[in-house]
Design a protein around this ligand. Structure first.
Ligand code: ATP
Ligand code: MG
Length: 558
């Protein structure tokens, strides 16, 4: 990136600069407004980074506000998970944690103002009739016969709606705008509906609940938001939000729309993610294959990698699909710097070094992180019996195979050069172990031999190794846009091989001390973390966060 590009501003920053210059707003005050009806996903992370990021950049503030207007779908569990996820990403709303439900009284007062101005009315049409009367975008809608009720009657009915005198669907409160507007959102939108339901915060106090479109702009206004940033689908709601604010004569935030983040090989709709959870296609919202922040955290994503990714994709005004490879690039870039290296054998093959003394153990120096000298070194035990990866041995090596084969030599990382002397098989012809010899002059770092071999492989000492389960993850879907097929349900594209469990992995002893939240690179196999849910002291479970290289691009092109 050139210096110029680095300093260049995105279109939202340009608007903010202009607003500060003209004095339209004196400070920047944004908010992140999730609806607590699901767990946050990587798309939300984009919006969080944007809103909190702008506040940081302009020395302003960013609120966290739960848009909890719909009692039927919202739960405390979601509120808690959202709070945890945003904190984990590294953002802080300080004392500014708000709920739209905090404003229910104020919103009710605002509604009364509109009724008294003759700008809102109680309608008795059914939901179906209201829909029918709204018409189609190309033809004007029809006015409700109840549109011209007197202000007194409207006030009376609205109060009785609030008092719970009516059943759900009997009445709604609507704004009185324009039934022939080409913008469907302005065709007398519903402001309140009756719902005899318990709300997670206000309990049974209310039996009318504000619609999102009525609550959202006023909530922004009440909080003194300067720049209300939302995704593109709200662009044609903006005239409605402006109408409400103008009629009420209250503080006017500026709404700016940007394109939502889409990512290939996954889905970003909360409804669909919920379907995967409820149908047990995945193991909960925090399944490491999910694009949720809790899933990604459990898989081993770092908050920094997600923030860097959000920066890299930038903000756009037009919808597009980002490549998950870019997300994984950000992840590898960060993990490469911070992850300590360890040796771990995922699919073990026993080798016995026949000329190495029985009972002898040497402790060899291993570098913790070549990218960070401060990470120092550790000792790893070497002994007569070791495990190597099954894939690092070929009985009949193909042409470009430079690792172990009968009669061939290979270097063991941080240790010696060994040679395969004999292949031992069981009665079924399956390889049981390899008998090898080692060259004592070739100890890594000793400088006593200048023998060179083409391949270096990892290993662990059999006696000292610790057992673990390792979970390997692949893309959750086999196609780039699983929700994009009109004929087929997105679940038909689930990747049957998205999870592979290896039960008999052998790790170097140091890994028995691994802690949740530590990032590791298992040399040559990928980046790994302890599974925060299932790992136990005597039953270690590691998740592969990501492989070392992007092998997928190649495979899928074949
Ligand atoms: P719903 O359909 O339930 O409204 P939602 O994904 O819009 O789903 P919200 O809780 O309303 O969920 O989202 C909170 C905020 O995150 C909103 O401001 C929304 O614009 C933003 N957001 C949601 N999805 C994305 C996405 N994919 N990319 C960027 N921002 C997003
Ligand atoms: Mg939304």
């Amino acid at each position: 990136m050139s210096e110029n590009e680095k300093n260049s501003k995105n279109f939202i920053e340009e608007i903010i600069d202009e607003d500060l210059k003209t004095g339209k707003y004196s400070t920047v005050h944004t908010r992140f407004p999730p609806e607590p009806n699901g767990y946050l996903h990587i798309g939300h992370a984009k919006s969080i980074c944007l809103n909190f990021g702008l506040a940081e950049k302009y020395n302003g503030k960013c609120n966290l506000r739960f848009d909890d207007t719909n009692p039927s779908k919202e739960e405390e569990e979601y509120v808690n998970s959202i709070i945890e996820d945003i904190k984990w990403l590294g953002f802080d709303w300080q004392e500014r944690l708000f709920f739209t439900s905090d404003y229910f009284d104020q919103l009710y007062e605002y509604a009364l103002i509109l009724i008294k101005k003759g700008k809102a009315y109680v309608d008795s049409l059914t939901y179906e009739e209201i829909k029918e009367y709204r018409g189609k975008p190309i033809e004007p809608g029809k006015e409700s016969p109840f549109r011209n009720r007197s202000i007194e009657e409207n006030l009376d009915l609205f109060e009785r709606m609030k008092n719970g005198e009516f059943a759900e669907g009997d009445y709604v409160l609507r704004a009185k705008i324009d039934m022939s507007s080409p913008n469907m959102n302005l065709r007398d939108p519903i402001m309140y509906r009756i719902k005899h339901e318990t709300h997670h915060r206000t309990g049974n106090k209310w039996c009318i609940y504000p619609m999102y479109d009525w609550a959202h702009g006023q909530s922004d206004s009440i909080e003194g938001i300067s720049h209300s940033i939302c995704t593109l689908e709200f662009e044609n709601h903006r005239p409605l939000y402006n109408w409400f604010l103008d009629e009420l004569g209250i503080h006017h935030p500026r709404q700016i729309e940007f394109a939502r983040l889409n990512l290939n090989y996954t889905i970003m709709s909360k409804r669909k993610l919920l379907e995967l959870v409820e149908g047990k296609y995945v193991n909960g919202w925090d399944d490491p294959r999910m694009p949720t922040l809790s899933g990604m955290r459990r898989r081993g994503y770092t908050p920094e990698s997600i923030r860097n990714f959000a920066d890299k994709v930038g903000v756009a005004k037009r919808d597009s699909i980002s490549d998950v490879a870019l997300l994984e690039f950000s992840l590898r870039e960060d993990l490469n710097k911070r992850a300590e290296r360890r040796l771990a054998v995922l699919r073990p093959l026993k080798i016995v070094i026949s000329n190495y003394p029985e009972n002898k153990v040497e402790y060899l120096d291993a570098v913790n992180n070549p990218e960070n000298e401060k990470a120092g070194k550790r000792k790893i035990p070497f002994s007569r019996e070791l495990y190597i990866e099954q894939g690092d041995f070929q009985e009949e090596p193909h042409k470009k195979f430079y690792r172990l084969a009968p009669g061939r030599e290979v270097r063991l990382r941080f240790a010696y050069i060994i040679k395969c002397e004999e292949v031992v098989k069981n009665s079924e012809g399956i390889i049981e172990k390899l008998i090898c010899s080692y060259d004592p002059d070739t100890k890594s770092g000793s400088g006593t031999s200048n023998k060179k071999v083409k391949g270096t492989i990892h290993w662990v000492s059999a006696e000292h190794s610790v057992n673990a389960e390792v979970r390997l993850y692949d893309r959750l879907f086999t196609v780039e846009n699983p929700a994009g097929d009109k004929e087929k349900d997105f679940k038909e594209f689930l990747n049957p091989k998205s999870l592979e469990i290896l039960n008999n992995c052998k790790l170097e002893p140091e890994l028995s001390e691994a802690k949740i939240g530590q990032y590791f690179q298992f040399e040559r196999t990928g980046y790994f973390v302890l599974d925060s849910k299932d790992s136990k002291k005597d039953n270690l479970v590691f998740n592969r966060t990501v492989s070392l290289r992007d092998t997928w691009a190649k495979i899928s092109r074949k």
